[in-house]
Design a protein around this ligand. Structure first.
Ligand SMILES: *Cc1c(COP(=O)(O)O)cnc(C)c1O
Length: 428
């Protein structure tokens, strides 16, 4: 057993310092640029689940492309240090390793909500009998708008078509058995099961394999929104078997504000040129793309869903981060992440009664690096105090503070200091 259960946490600062000294991933922190407090110290950055920090190499990689553009103009498509024509392929192998997929199954393109729509064009094919989309009641707004608008686009009443999973009364998160039960009960009417993983608000992770199997057993398609899962959880998309997944790269993946998203399409759909999709020239067969013919011949796999040639500057910055993930590896990151999050939980549990309630599931495997905390006592004032003390977290209405110690660059000392600041809030 190598999980956090094997670590015996201690309350004092010395423990945090010792854990940092022994952390095999500690050097990765130096690969990132931190916002600074007024006194020049790096902030305690617990919002990597919202916008990841800038990798030190990102600037250099972007500058190289600007230089090659200056030097070569259009010739850069072929002669840049990293030729632009196949540029998106520079992150394919790393992306596949990151999410546990075959290279054929992944592509980096567009942004999350756009990709979600593109996937639904192919995998939400409602009929009169089977037209519903199952989502979490607490799904991210963009996902809710996307599914409702897709249902209406196909001529259905969104109220009727969108089925929502809700926690049981008095509970904060969904129970896995309730998800599976809903799929079983409504299966014949469900065209698509679309769940987040991890939930952005509660930090709850789902068992993607069990959900995929249950959905498929009922003849439904199944997709996952990995906005909070990619770069956070250890994923095995190919083996878990959903039809598709989408994610963004600016949260845990540190690709930069508003940067490109990623798509997974399972291998079973890789060689189905007849599958309905929206088509664009970058999804067309590379060998004949520049013959500029009128008939679309899709590339096999996820690349066949590309529409446009990709933004090179964004991809350049993303390369810098993907290299780091590849070096650190997701299994090692999750291992540290589980200990770091477990340590945060351990310290929070020792705060005065009633100050904070953790709503994220308590078991490793049911969450990643985020703990969502409910504060009884003036949550907004607390947030202001945290900001003033150089801690960046975020706040979601009405009283939730999300804290996410990303294992690539956060330390045990960060977590220790964060909790000491919370404690001082409790005292006055
Ligand atoms: C962050 C996030 C998004 C954001 O969508 P964009 O299209 O990248 O702006 C969508 N869904 C979920 C679940 C998210 O967490």
């Amino acid at each position: 057993m190598t999980g956090p259960a094997a670590v015996h946490f201690e309350e004092g600062e010395a423990f945090a310092r010792r854990m940092d000294a022994e952390d095999p991933l500690r050097h990765f922190r130096d690969e990132f640029l931190f916002p600074r407090r007024k006194d020049g110290e790096p902030v305690i950055y617990l919002v990597g689940n919202s916008l990841g920090l800038q990798p030190r190499k990102a600037r250099q990689y972007v500058l190289e492309e600007l230089e090659d553009w200056e030097r070569l103009g259009v010739e850069g498509h072929f002669h840049a240090r990293h030729p632009w024509l196949p540029y998106h392929e520079t992150v394919t192998a790393q992306t596949a390793r990151l999410v546990g997929a075959l290279p054929l199954e992944v592509v980096v393109m567009n942004t999350l909500s756009v990709n979600l729509h593109l996937m639904m064009v192919s995998f939400y094919r409602p009929t009169r009998e089977r037209f519903k989309i199952l989502i979490e009641g607490g799904a991210f707004p963009s996902d809710q708008y996307a599914v409702a608008s897709q249902a209406r686009f196909h001529g259905f009443d969104a109220e009727e078509a969108v089925l929502r999973l809700e926690p049981r009364p008095g509970e904060d998160t969904l129970r896995q058995e309730d998800i599976l039960d809903t799929i079983d009960r409504h299966g014949p009417q469900i065209a698509l099961v679309l769940l987040g993983n991890v939930n952005y608000l509660t930090g709850q992770a789902f068992d993607m394999k069990a959900i995929s199997q249950a959905a498929h057993a009922q003849g439904c398609r199944v997709g996952f929104d990995l906005a909070h899962g990619a770069g956070n959880l250890r994923l095995s998309l190919h083996d878990d078997g959903p039809d598709f997944a989408v994610w963004c790269s600016y949260k845990y993946l540190n690709g930069g504000p508003g940067t490109l998203g990623g798509v997974f399409v399972h291998e079973r759909h890789a060689h189905m040129p007849g599958l309905p999709r929206f088509e664009g020239w970058w999804g067309h067969d590379k060998a004949t793309r520049f013959e500029m013919g009128p008939r679309f011949v899709p590339l096999p796999g996820a690349e066949g869903w590309q529409l446009s040639n990709p933004p090179i500057l964004q991809l350049a910055a993303l390369r810098a981060s993907m290299e780091l993930f590849d070096r650190a590896t997701m299994p090692s990151l999750r291992l540290k992440g589980d200990v770091l999050t477990g340590y945060l939980e351990f310290l929070l549990e020792r705060l005065p009664e009633g100050l904070v309630r953790i709503i994220t599931p308590r078991g490793v495997g049911e969450r990643g690096s985020q703990l969502s905390l409910r504060f009884g006592k003036e949550p907004r004032r607390l947030l202001a105090r945290l900001t003033e003390a150089g801690v960046l977290c975020d706040f979601r209405e009405p009283d939730i503070i999300r804290a996410s110690p990303a294992p690539l660059y956060c330390t045990f000392l960060d977590v220790y200091r964060f909790v000491r600041i919370l404690e001082s809030h409790a005292r006055d």
